[in-house]
Every structure is written in C-alpha cells, then in structure tokens.
Design a protein around this ligand. Structure first.
Ligand code: DQA
Length: 161
C-alpha cells in the first residue's frame, strides 16, 4: 500500500521558522522518521512539499490510482482553501490532516479548518510526533481496507464455486 505525504506552504522552513511554535526539527528529519515507520510496515511512502495551492491540488489529484492514503498538512491553506478541500473530497482516499501546533489554541483565524471535514481525522498540537501518530492511524486504516478487500475476494470465489 502507498501513502503520499503532502506538506503545504512554509513547512519547508521547519527548523528555521518560529521555533517556539513549531520546534527545532527539520521537515527532512520528520520525513525520514515517517519513511522508517512505513518500511517497517511494508508500505510505500512518497513526500511532496509546495508553497503553491495549485500544485497541492495537482498532487492530490495525482493520487487517484497511485496512492491508497494521504497524510496532509495544508498549513495556512487549511484555513482558506476550498480548492484543496474539494480535491481531497474528489479523490475519495482516506486522508489524515496533521498540524504541528494546536490550531484551536492559536489566533481565531486558525480555528477553522476547511479541509478537516473531508478528512478521516485530524491530529493537532502534538508537534512532529503528530506525523508519527498519523502514520500509525493510516497504517491501521490501510490494513483494515486490505482485510476488507481480501474478505470480499474470498466471498466472490466461494460464490463462484
Ligand atoms: C500549521 C498551522 C497553520 O495555521 C499554519 O499556517 C502553518 C502550520 C501547523 O502545522 O501547526 O503553517 O499547519
């Protein structure tokens, strides 16, 4: 099974930007931990970061037929982007939303997520560990999906006999 991780604007600046909010860890270090976990669970993983809304929409669309699940931190677009929300909704893949900071404890404009309602779940305020939690959650979702598929295939062959 394949997981695509999509990171929104300014997340390429982790380790440099507002360390009091986002901590010292760099995006590449978060990704290498996620890769290790994916490998342990025999899942494929691919990473994508962009500062541009349209590129994020394109990458979500490209997940059709290519990925089984999406982990996304839409960053500031969480609060503004109907286009990203519609793309998540369109691809019909299990999607988990991650935020390093607790968006509900911050400025009021961050309290609304336009994307969370079309995601399977949201993890917010756990720092880089939130990405690990998302990996655990996504692995569980994908395992359940695989089990369902296997059961359906079994039932079909039993019916054909
Ligand atoms: C963020 C929270 C957003 O409000 C903010 O614009 C970000 C990062 C987070 O991970 O905590 O860029 O998504």
């Amino acid at each position: 099974m394949k997981i695509v991780v999509i990171q929104g604007p300014n997340l390429n600046m982790l380790g440099i930007r507002e360390q009091n909010i986002y901590g010292p860890m760099k995006l590449e270090d978060i990704h290498s931990q996620m890769k290790g976990f994916a490998e342990q669970n025999k899942n494929e993983i691919e990473f994508f970061q962009s500062n541009l809304e349209g590129e994020i929409v394109d990458r979500i669309q490209e997940c059709i037929g290519d990925a089984d699940g999406i982990i996304i931190n839409p960053a500031a677009y969480t609060h503004t982007s109907i286009a990203i929300r519609d793309a998540i909704s369109a691809v019909q893949l299990p999607t988990l939303e991650v935020h390093l900071s607790n968006i509900y404890q911050r400025e009021e404009f961050r309290h609304t997520s336009l994307t969370a309602p079309v995601c399977a779940g949201q993890i917010t305020g756990m720092g880089p560990f939130g990405y690990h939690l998302a990996m655990v959650g996504m692995t569980q979702i994908l395992n359940e999906m695989k089990m369902m598929k296997d059961q359906q295939a079994k039932a079909k062959t039993a019916q054909a006999k």
